[in-house]
Design a protein around this ligand. Structure first.
Ligand SMILES: Cc1cc2nc3c(=O)[nH]c(=O)nc-3n(C[C@H](O)[C@H](O)[C@H](O)COP(=O)(O)O)c2cc1C
Length: 206
């Protein structure tokens, strides 16, 4: 009788601990979903930065790692990244591109490029722009998660911007810049835009 009682007690404890574990896993999944969606919806272009409050190389590496986690057609990973952590380099870039006034205060930057040596052949070669765009967006989301500010400045297919950045960074001919992400610590309040438009969503057919 005593043995049966002990057996039932142990079984009860085991069942309770399993259901606690399941609850914890369920809660963690809900937290992840909430956090990821919040991160996506809170992201915004940040153009005002605390003057030259620099991102560390660790921060820039974390951002680039997020970029490299992006999907790419055929898993070609055709990207290359140039991280700028030096304020002198930012100063010089800012002088060369008066349009990028964000660079004057920025704390770092990342040039996202495609390397044509890793592009598909033929018409599929154009997939590199989508691959590098996915990497760019990953970096922006990671910056948001790290409470940094960042803005995607478009380069490709603007010939003038491509040339200017190819020269500034001394890029080999096979390397084409797609986007230049300017980053830093946000100055002032920045709010995301609500872009949800129900009429842009089509169900099953147009
Ligand atoms: C391909 C592309 C090019 C962009 N180029 C610039 C740019 O040159 N300068 C700039 O200030 N913002 C640029 N942006 C940022 C957009 O202006 C911004 O994403 C848009 O206004 C929506 O605002 P949000 O990012 O805060 O949601 C670019 C964004 C994309 C996707």
């Amino acid at each position: 009788m005593k043995t049966i009682f002990i057996y039932l007690a142990v079984a009860g404890i085991l069942a309770a601990s399993c259901s606690n574990q399941e609850k914890k896993e369920e809660n963690a999944a809900v937290d992840t979903k909430t956090n990821v969606l919040q991160n996506i919806h809170n992201r915004k272009s940040v153009r005002d930065f605390i003057r030259r409050k620099m991102l560390s190389k660790d921060d820039l590496t974390t951002l680039v790692k997020a970029g490299m986690a992006a999907p790419s057609a055929g898993n070609k990973q055709p990207w290359e990244f140039i991280a700028v952590s030096d304020s002198m380099v930012l100063n010089s870039l800012s002088e060369k591109s008066p349009n990028n006034k964000m660079l004057r205060n920025a704390g770092g930057a990342i040039l996202v490029c495609g390397n044509s040596e890793r592009f598909f052949e033929g018409e599929a070669s154009e997939f590199w722009t989508q691959d590098c765009s996915a990497a760019t967006q990953n970096i922006l989301l990671a910056a948001e998660a790290m409470q940094l500010g960042a803005v995607w400045t478009g380069v490709y297919p603007n010939k003038e911007r491509i040339k200017q950045l190819q020269e500034s960074f001394n890029l080999p001919e096979t390397v084409i810049p797609l986007s230049f992400i300017i980053a830093g610590y946000p100055e002032g309040e920045q709010t995301p835009k609500n872009k949800w438009k129900e009429n842009y969503l089509h169900w099953e057919k147009w």
